[in-house]
Design a protein around this ligand. Structure first.
Ligand SMILES: Nc1ncnc2c1ncn2[C@@H]1O[C@H](COP(=O)(O)OP(=O)(O)OP(=O)(O)O)[C@@H](O)[C@H]1O
Ligand SMILES: O=P(O)(O)OC[C@H]1O[C@H](OP(=O)(O)OP(=O)(O)O)[C@H](O)[C@@H]1O
Ligand SMILES: [Mg+2]
Length: 324
C-alpha cells in the first residue's frame, strides 16, 4: 500500500498510540492537552475523535512504525528507539521509505546503551571485538558495530536481555537504560550510549525530504502538503501547531505580583527566563501589577528572592498552551 495515500483519500486523521505501557498515558494526556477528545470503542482498540476528526488506534508500540509505513495510520507516538530500529531494518532490507520524526515529545526518556559485566576492566570499545552482544535492537547495534569496525556477534532477544550474560547466552548487552537499576540488579555497568531516546511524534517522510537516516523535522516547516493531498494535511498541521504550543508551555508558569515602581530594577534581574512582563498601573500611588511568563523553574527559593526584592502578593499559575 502506498503510505502517501494510505487507504485512499481520507477526511479523518488517524494516530497510533501505545495501548498500554509506559507511553500510553502520557501520549493520551498530551493529545488531550491539544484539545482532542474521543469516544472509545467497546474493545478499547479504537477511539473516535469527537472534538476534531482525529482518531486513535491503540496498539503495541512495536507495531506503530509498520502501521505508518502501510498507511493504516497517519501518525504515531512511539519511542525513538523503536522508530530508528525499524527504520534501519527497513533500509537494510532494500526499502527506501524512511519515517520522519516530526517532534520530540519530552517523555519516555531513556538511552540505548551497551553494558558489560561489572567485573570487566573497561578501557575502550575495542574490547567488544569477538564478543556476543544480546539485544532487542539488532539493527541499531549492527549499524553501530559496523560503523566502529568492530566484529562482534549480535544475539537477538525479545526481552529479559539483562539476564543473558548470567545465562551464558552473551558476554555483554545492548538495552534501554533509564535509572540503571535493572543493570545494577544484574551486575552490569553501562559503558557506551548508542542513542538518547524519548517518545516522538512519527509520520511518513515527505516525498521531497531526500534526507538519509531518521529524518528530523524542523519546527514551523510547512509540513504535510507533500504527504497527503486530502483533509489530513490540514488536520496534521493544526495538530502540530497546537502541540508546539503545549510543548513550549509545558514547563512554563505565569508569575503575577505587585510591586512599587522603585523595586522594578531589583526585580527584573530575578526574571532572566521571562518574556517581557506586562506591567499595569494600580489606581493611584506608584503601585504596579506585573505578569511575567517564565520558561524556567519557578522555585520557592526564587519566590522568596522576589519577595525580598519587593514583590508582593506573588501568584504562580500553570499555563496550558500558547498560540503565538
Ligand atoms: N525504563 C524506561 N524508562 C523510560 N522509558 C522507557 C524505559 N523503558 C522503555 N522506555 C520507553 O518506553 C517505550 C515503551 O516501553 P514499554 O516497556 O511500555 O514497551 P513494551 O513492553 O514494548 O510495550 P508493548 O506492549 O506496547 O510492546 C520504549 O520503547 C522506550 O522508548
Ligand atoms: O534503567 P531502568 O530504570 O532499570 O530501566 C531499564 C529497563 O526498563 C525497561 O524494561 P521494563 O521495565 O519496561 O521491562 P520489560 O521491557 O523487560 O518488560 C528496559 O527494557 C530495561 O530493562
Ligand atoms: Mg513493545
Amino acid at each position: 500500500m502506498n503510505p502517501k495515500t494510505g487507504n485512499g483519500a481520507r477526511d479523518r486523521l488517524r494516530i497510533a498510540i501505545q495501548k498500554s505501557g509506559r507511553l500510553a498515558e502520557p501520549a493520551r494526556a498530551l493529545l488531550t492537552a491539544c484539545g482532542l477528545s474521543w469516544r472509545e470503542s467497546r474493545d478499547r482498540l479504537f477511539c473516535y475523535g469527537e472534538s476534531l476528526p482525529v482518531d486513535l488506534l491503540l496498539v503495541r508500540d512495536d507495531d506503530i512504525p509498520g502501521l505508518i509505513r502501510d498507511g493504516v495510520c497517519d501518525l504515531g507516538v512511539v519511542g525513538r528507539n523503536v522508530l530508528l530500529e525499524q527504520d534501519i531494518a527497513l533500509k537494510a532490507g532494500g526499502g527506501s521509505e524512511a519515517f520522519r520524526e516530526w517532534r520530540p515529545l519530552g517523555f519516555g526518556g531513556c538511552r540505548l546503551a551497551i553494558a558489560v559485566p561489572e567485573t570487566w576492566a573497561w578501557q575502550s570499545q575495542a574490547q567488544l571485538a569477538g564478543t556476543r552482544l544480546a539485544t532487542s535492537y539488532p539493527a541499531i547495534l549492527r549499524q553501530w558495530l559496523d560503523g566502529q569496525g568492530i566484529a562482534a556477534e549480535v544475539v537477538e532477544l525479545s526481552g529479559s536481555v539483562e539476564i543473558a550474560p548470567r545465562l551464558g547466552q552473551a558476554d555483554a548487552i545492548c538495552d534501554l537504560v533509564s535509572s540503571g537499576a535493572t543493570l545494577a540488579a544484574n551486575q552490569l555497568k553501562p559503558v557506551m550510549t548508542l542513542l538518547e531516546s524519548e517518545a516522538v511524534l512519527a509520520g511518513p517522510s515527505s516525498a521531497t525530504s531526500g534526507a538519509s537516516g531518521l529524518d528530523q523535522a524542523t519546527p514551523r516547516q510547512p509540513a504535510f502538503d507533500g504527504i497527503w493531498d486530502d483533509a489530513r494535511a490540514g488536520l496534521a498541521e493544526l495538530l502540530l501547531r497546537r502541540l508546539d504550543g503545549v510543548l513550549r508551555m509545558r514547563h512554563s508558569k505565569l508569575l503575577m505580583f505587585q510591586a512599587s515602581r522603585e523595586a522594578i530594577p531589583s526585580l527584573l534581574p530575578l526574571l532572566p527566563d521571562a518574556e517581557a512582563p506586562t506591567v499595569m498601573q494600580i489606581d493611584g500611588g506608584d503601585g504596579l501589577a506585573l505578569q511575567a511568563l517564565c520558561h524556567g523553574a519557578v522555585t520557592w527559593q526564587r519566590l522568596e528572592e522576589l519577595k525580598r526584592a519587593g514583590a508582593r502578593g506573588l501568584l504562580v499559575l500553570p499555563v496550558e498552551g500558547m498560540l503565538a
